[in-house]
Design a binder for this molecule. Structure first.
Ligand SMILES: Cc1ncc(COP(=O)(O)O)c(C=O)c1O
Length: 399
């Protein structure tokens, strides 16, 4: 039976990672993958995580299963972190949170939940979006539609196109929005635009589904929450997929959460029973280690402070590299404007480079970029920014 199976299409980013690994050039630069890199190009374990892990190792007394929805304290802390403690959504009990294996696990559980409970609903994704969004949603048998998002001329959000699509979407559909640090473009709506988007989504009767994979990577926890707090209006319903992969550096530990915000506490209980039924037939219950680390850090004032500092360090390094790249490109090619890189937020930016230019950068300079031109800004450091900008300048010309 297995001999008849055709190979699945290769993952473009993982293929580039493999090619990078095999590239003998010692000056090679990797701007492809979706993980944070420090100045030395490494992805270290946070110190706060190390301390929390040591405490866990010492205090752990059982390897028994977690409940289907995961660690209750972790879920409560997740609500506080994402909505802000004391937020009405949290205090009213109308939100139900479930620990999931990463943000991807939250997206999949939500998609299964949508398919089971709203079988006719489509999920609308931004153009472009994280390539796994449509794949995960389709794998759960949910139809996927697309709304305009990125404006290549301004390197910002095509707000008019987005609002028009929202106003024309079928009532009862779901719209997936990147809560901050849009992947792959780096272009986020302003606070005023988020208000317009939330007005349009609720006026049209759509269910907002916020994918929150980069809390703290934009401008700080408070301001990165602004889209979510805009949607968390009195009595409003929404879904939130959160990931702790980036902001706690816990990628391989698979820590995330799904939060369903209902109109009132009674329906939160009913919805929770359906989400748990979905989880039970999917992976039964989540893994403990990563979520225990997050809990350990968020309940302990000193560890929480240490983590805040480490998160700020990652964010400031990325934003610093955005500035340095923009300045260096301005020196190399004063006729071209790269200031949008400095305006954008999060780990990624759409560089505007074409697939052919990306291929040339790889073949001639061992600079690895995804073919749609997306760069991982965290892959830039003071040591490689010069050669990187020289190479880009040489293929772009003065403009
Ligand atoms: C937009 C977006 N959503 C979700 C995820 C999933 O993250 P996780 O690794 O926690 O599954 C990512 C990871 O790259 C992402 O970029």
């Amino acid at each position: 039976m297995f001999d008849a199976i055709q190979a699945a299409p290769a993952d473009a980013i993982l293929g580039l990672m493999e090619a990078f690994k095999n590239d003998a050039n010692s000056d090679k630069v990797n701007l492809t993958v979706g993980v944070y890199k420090d100045e030395t190009g490494g992805t270290p374990v946070l110190e706060s995580v190390k301390v929390a892990e040591a405490k866990l190792l010492e205090g752990e007394s059982s390897k028994g299963y977690l409940p289907i929805g995961g660690l209750g304290e972790f879920c409560d802390l997740t609500q506080d972190l994402y909505f802000g403690s004391g937020h009405e959504v949290v205090s009213s009990g109308r939100a139900a949170t479930f620990q999931t294996p990463g943000g991807t696990g939250a997206l999949r559980v939500a998609a299964d939940f949508i398919h089971q409970n709203f079988p006719k609903a489509s999920i609308w994704c931004s153009t472009p979006t994280w390539p796994n969004h449509p794949k995960v949603f389709k794998a759960a048998a949910v139809n996927v539609e697309n709304y305009p998002y990125f404006d290549a001329d301004s390197h910002g959000v095509n707000i008019d196109g987005m609002l028009d699509a929202i106003k024309a979407a079928p009532v009862g559909d779901v719209i997936c929005l990147h809560a901050c640090c849009h992947n792959p473009t780096g272009a986020d709506p302003s606070a005023e635009q988020w208000k317009q988007i939330a007005d349009a989504v609720y006026d049209r009767g759509l269910l907002p589904f916020l994918d929150f994979a980069y809390l703290g990577f934009g401008d700080g926890i408070d301001s990165d929450r602004s889209a979510l707090t805009e949607f968390a209006r009195p009595g409003a319903e929404l879904l939130v997929a959160s990931s702790y992969s980036k902001n706690f550096g816990l990628y391989r530990e698979r820590v995330g959460a799904l939060t369903v915000v209902t109109a009132g506490a009674a329906s939160a209980k009913t919805v929770a029973s359906q989400v748990k039924a979905t989880i039970r037939t999917n992976y039964s219950n989540p893994p403990s280690h990563g979520a225990s680390i997050v809990r350990e850090i968020l309940v302990d004032d000193a560890l929480r402070q240490q983590w805040d500092g480490e998160l700020a360090e990652m964010r400031e390094r990325i934003n610093g590299m955005r500035k340095l790249f923009t300045q260096t490109m301005a020196e190399r090619l004063p006729g071209r404007d790269f200031s949008f890189i400095e305006r954008q937020r999060g780990m990624f930016s759409y560089s505007g480079l074409t697939a052919e230019q990306v291929d040339t950068l790889r073949e001639k300079f061992s600079i690895y970029i995804v073919r749609d031109g997306r760069i991982n800004v965290a892959g830039i450091n003071p040591g490689n920014v010069g050669p990187l900008c020289d190479a880009i300048s040489s293929i772009l010309g003065p403009g």
